[in-house]
Design a binder for this molecule. Sequence first.
Ligand SMILES: O=C(O)COP(=O)(O)O
Length: 222
Amino acid sequence: MYSHIIFDLDGTLIQSLPGIATALNDALAEHQLPTHSTDAIRTFIGDGAYTLCARAATEQSEDTIERVHQSFLKEYSKAWRNGTIVFEGIQELIGSLKSMECTLSVLSNKPHSFTTEMVDYFFPDKPFDLVLGQREGVAKKPDPSGVHEILGELEQTSNNSVLVGDATIDIVTARNAGISSIAVIWGYHGLDQLTSVSPKHIAKSIDQLIEILTPKNVPAFR
Ligand SMILES: O=C(O)COP(=O)(O)O
């Protein structure tokens, strides 16, 4: 059983696609650039806000992409509250893991300020022992630095830790850091994509994630 669980944020704990899509399309429109369907935007998410904008504003200069990026950050600060929800069953799972005294953390490629603000907003009981988003000067996922920093800060070992994520980048990050991984399929990458990077476990539903993370004989879950 894993006693330390590192959660990805977007597409794993929260459904953030509508807020991201609104903010991105508003930012693109501000710069007279073509907008995208929500389905297309889903495929742009995962590598942080700048890369999101670079994928949306293809063939634009770096200066233009940076301007779209700045507009996106401004728009997203207004858009995320109305366009984001916690996936069904996640609050209960987090509560159960806390009652089992698991150590919990979040590692996201979303800008750090949004990551902490949104986690505080959606999880006001502060169940996470450490929350890290993308920070200036720190390599983002799939670099293992974030995982290593969390393990060090929380005095956890690679053996007892697992990273739960919805994107191939999360599974590759776990492998690069030498920890186990669980791919969940309710987020932004499909089963085939996730299978191609060989996660240790695959959860096709919140119930399957509960099965993997919590032993059957713990009364709190049954
Ligand atoms: O905002 C992103 O690009 C990705 O965020 P995530 O790492 O929480 O999935």
